[in-house]
Design a protein around this ligand. Structure first.
Ligand code: GTR
Length: 326
């Protein structure tokens, strides 16, 4: 038996022992949306979640993934999940501000000091309390996934210093923080949905965008915007959420199984993420993309101070608490 299989079987036995499941409840198909294709850390982790639930319930609970933006962008997916038309979705925290405003603290440029700092904040009291607040917005927060750091790319010229951003039209996620962030660095931030980005760069609606290496690589954005610079100005985590409307109809035992599977899904995604980041950078280089890595971030950090002050003022306590997390 493979290690993966062994883990599944052991976990199934453990879950049955803990909650005395008799598996007589009705079948459940969890439809889950993601903007990424299969083979991406987030979609593969959700697929693993489905495998866990299927094994633990002898096929009674399954996950069906609608990947590659089949159901549109992240805003639409969140709305569908709030309404209960979709059971689950995985989105960037970048678009969750309208539901729980405090999430915007994680959307501030140069907010987290390191991946370790981000993990400690999101996995600790602060992250848990924000996930719980989603409930009032019709969502059950199941966990945080990694998404590395976001950096600039464009079709015109390499960005070696902040002045090189001047005048460039840069696509950002639909959140005013990101627009002002790019503007503060000298570019023009334009909010565009992820599914429209490739064409927008191709046709010159924008000159470039910003994202982590796996998204830049997987979306083939390097084909139309070949200059990539590791400014790492945002470290925005991702979340996967369940529809509260559907959740409230589930037996407690199914809720417990989903919670347990979610913990393992987070672990799996983080393992996949760590491996994928490097793989994506290697692939980009093999395609001839010159990735600028030796960036002096001082000017980028200084230029965005006003954005942290303006948008962070409302969550001053949360920001202070997060910065004190060691
Ligand atoms: C990716 C993220 C997606 C989406 C996308 C974007 O890094 O995984 O959830 O937010 O960026 O820029 O819209």
């Amino acid at each position: 038996m493979s290690n993966f299989r062994k883990r599944l079987v052991t976990s199934a036995a453990a879950v049955t022992a803990v909650i005395g499941v008799s598996f007589s409840a009705s079948a459940l198909e969890i439809k889950s949306s993601d903007v990424h294709p299969m083979g991406y850390p987030t979609t593969d982790a959700i697929q693993y979640m489905g495998e866990l639930l299927n094994t633990w319930t002898s096929g009674r609970i399954n996950v069906k993934i609608f990947h590659s933006m089949q159901l549109g962008g992240e805003k639409e997916a969140l709305e569908q999940t709030q309404l209960g038309a979709l059971e689950m979705t995985r989105v960037s925290v970048g678009v969750v501000g309208p539901i729980v405003e405090e999430f915007n603290a994680f959307n501030l440029p140069y907010f987290f000091r390191s991946v370790d700092h981000m993990h400690k904040v999101v996995d600790g009291e602060i992250g848990t309390s924000l996930l719980n607040k989603l409930e009032a917005g019709g969502l059950i927060g199941l966990g945080y996934m990694d998404a590395g750091s976001r950096s600039f790319y464009n079709k015109s010229h390499p960005i070696a210093k902040i002045e090189d951003l001047k005048g460039l039209k840069i696509r950002v996620m639909q959140n005013p923080i990101f627009i002002e962030m790019v503007n503060a660095m000298g570019g023009n931030g334009l909010p565009i949905a992820f599914n429209e980005l490739y064409t927008s760069m191709q046709t010159g609606v924008v000159d470039g965008a910003e994202n982590n290496p796996p998204s830049y690589e997987s979306g083939k954005h390097y084909e139309v915007a070949g200059h990539y610079t590791l400014t790492e100005h945002l470290m925005v985590p991702e979340i996967f959420v369940f529809s509260k409307k559907v959740w409230d109809t589930l037996p407690a035992m199914d809720q417990q199984l989903i919670r347990k599977a979610s913990v393992m899904t987070v672990e799996r995604e983080r393992e996949l993420w760590a491996a994928r980041e490097q793989k994506s950078l290697d692939l980009l280089r093999s395609k001839g993309i010159k990735v600028i890595t030796d960036v002096d971030k001082t000017a980028f950090i200084a230029a965005t101070a006003s954005v942290r002050e303006k948008f962070g003022a409302k969550f001053a306590d949360l920001i202070k608490k997060a910065s004190e997390v060691k």
